[in-house]
Design a protein around this ligand. Structure first.
Ligand code: ZN
Length: 300
């Protein structure tokens, strides 16, 4: 009716315009719907991954969760990287240092095999002279992408969080190592020494000055932690200073000072800390003794 007074040509044009408008309208509606779907999907993805990442920052308890499966996969990848990194660090040790470490290893170190049978689990002593007792079971938790003994994991997480609040960034380079993995580390180091022309016997002796034999690394207990990339100059950092001031509050002690080398069999590793429980950590720190000497003098 409204086109009654229009010419045929105008009516056609009007109809055409109407059709175009209708098509534009429909296209816009579709575009908006599709865009809305994309936005919802994008937000969903971001939210999902931020939840997963958020959980990854803490210690994962349930082994069956997707979260810890993802961590496990990351962990396996990281483990090989860690192996390479550890060996790289150790390669930089000069022959003079080899000899020095060798001398330390020959020193008289106490026998803790009886102590290890009855001691509180957090006070077990494992070193070049004292292997981890056979069949010793270590319960493991994944903390910040690394495996840590369950005894130490909670306090470690708490310590890292407290440090972070004070602007101190602590990250775990190495935590628990299975005896089998320690064996792999050791064997690879032996191969490297043999590649330099050393006999098997000599290669093994040299290797053990830089990589503990399987079962003789404190990392096999799950109670030892190496921090921030295992660097010789770690002792110069504010992170190290913070650890020296506060680690004992969380049950950790510095393990390898140069002056204790005769007792520990390790020259100096400022990055290596050991969980002994809050009560003992404060006492051991106060005593100014290494773990071996403290136990010998006060607990055996
Ligand atoms: Zn270590």
């Amino acid at each position: 009716m409204q086109y009654k007074y229009l010419s045929n040509k105008d009516r056609k044009r009007m109809n055409f315009q109407k059709k175009v408008l209708r098509n534009i309208n429909r296209t816009m509606r579709w575009t908006f719907t599709v865009m809305a779907l994309i936005i919802v999907f994008a937000f969903g993805t971001v939210a999902f991954y931020s939840i997963v990442d958020g959980k990854n920052e803490g210690c994962a308890m349930e082994d069956s969760s997707f979260d810890s499966r993802k961590q496990d996969t990351d962990f396996l990848v990281n483990k090989d990287k860690e192996l390479e990194k550890t060996l790289e660090c150790e390669q930089s040790i000069s022959d003079a240092e080899h000899e020095r470490e060798d001398a330390v290893n020959k020193s008289e170190m106490a026998d803790f095999s009886q102590w290890n049978k009855t001691c509180p689990p957090e006070l077990i002593i494992v070193n070049g002279n004292n292997a981890i007792p056979e069949g010793y079971n270590v319960d493991i938790k994944v903390c910040r992408g690394k495996e840590i003994g369950i005894l130490a994991a909670e306090k470690l997480e708490e310590m890292i969080q407290c440090a972070a609040k004070e602007g101190i960034v602590l990250w775990i380079s190495s935590g628990y190592r299975s005896v089998k993995y320690q064996g792999k580390l050791f064997d690879r180091q032996v191969q490297r020494e043999m590649a330099k022309g050393n006999s098997q016997d000599k290669a093994e002796k040299l290797a053990q000055t830089v990589v503990a034999r399987p079962g003789r690394s404190e990392h096999n207990t799950g109670l030892a932690v190496d921090f921030n990339g295992v660097r010789d100059d770690f002792y110069k950092t504010k992170e190290y200073k913070w650890l020296m001031d506060h680690a004992a509050e969380f049950g950790f002690i510095e393990r390898y000072q140069e002056k204790w080398a005769d007792k520990t069999g390790v020259v100096y590793e400022p990055w290596h800390f050991r969980y002994v429980g809050v009560g003992y950590a404060e006492k051991i720190k106060e005593s100014n003794l290494c773990l071996e000497s403290y136990v010998e003098k006060n607990l055996m």
